[in-house]
Design a protein around this ligand. Sequence first.
Ligand code: ADP
Ligand code: MG
Length: 394
Amino acid sequence: MSTTPEADARDLFARLTGAEPEGVWSSPGRANLIGEHTDYNDGFVLPFAIEHRTHAALGLRGDGRIRVASTFDDAVAEVALADLDRLFPDRRGDVPEWATYPLGVAWALLRTTGLAPAAVTGVDLAIASDVPVGAGLSSSAAIEGAVASALNETWDLGLDRVELAQAGRRAENEAVGAPTGIMDQMASMLGQPDAAIFLDCRTLDANVVDLGFARAGLELVVIDTRVKHSHATGGYGERRAACELGARTLGVPALRDLSLDDLPRAEQLLDETTFRRVRHVVTENQRVLDTVRTLREDGPRAIGELLVASHASMRDDFEISVPELDTAVEAALAAGAIGARMTGGGFGGAAIALVARADVARVTDAAAAAFQAAGFRTPHVFTVTPSAGARRDG
Ligand code: ADP
Ligand code: MG
């Protein structure tokens, strides 16, 4: 029977080692309020940490090895810390794919600090989570953040939260081999209750922005379409390539360096498809800035139109939506949501809807009914609450 993920991590640790862990660390998943596919274009994002978390129970071992286990998978992986450099990146296939996340974090931390494997202690890690996997809520950043926090303290590395986020990203990019940006790890490390992280992905300048959902009586509803997204398949890479082509053609380091005023010139220089990809990123960056300003000046009830415009841009210009996501957004809006959009990388995953507390049941029912009418799988609909970032739990 499942209890809490912290208790599950402790149980798994006890089964693995027969002992108590030294400590338990956790880090949350995240939802992105607005700013999609802007992170790897050096742009702006506005994610928040959610209350769903991944916990890592850690114990010491004296033989210089690292062993990882997770309730996610029966296979346990074990390797000498000195062999991590042989494992990544070329021989990552020697361990189960999920294990490349925690082992990759250990590898990235050693690489980043320049510490010799012999200078740190071996560890056992037992991992459990209630972050839905592959739903666009970044279970990957949650596992990276939990493991990075645990190892940072255990190995006395003294890295700050931004450095831990960077190590998580490095693990995901180089060890796992998924070409993702820094947003997820920053949200997971820096989250605060009822607040979002306004992040400049170029400078890594992060500002906490009050969301005020609780005060305004608002809930953030997630509609998980249960359509699997995957970074391994082509769509994500193609979008990144189109953005790089756009920036190169326009002579800027990244699409972040373009503003709305540059769009007419972009339209002249780029092929039609690349132009629409560029237009999404440029307008989305502006929408993030507008959302931050609107939250500060007018409060969360005023951001609905920006969320809706973001969805339209992803559907029509960036073309990363799928019929299930469009249906979720349309059903939520028709049932009274203040705003709604797909979130995450696209091609599946989840939509989010900003909803007055009194309308949550109506939006939930409307989404389920619309999916049934369209012949889609029943969606998972639940609320997420903006919550605290990575921490030690015990
Ligand atoms: P997401 O949108 O959830 O981040 P990703 O494809 O980026 O989706 O990452 C999901 C992968 O991360 C899983 O397939 C698994 O390999 C790994 N992962 C996430 N959470 C856990 C966990 N609790 N235990 C083991 N592996 C995990
Ligand atoms: Mg991920």
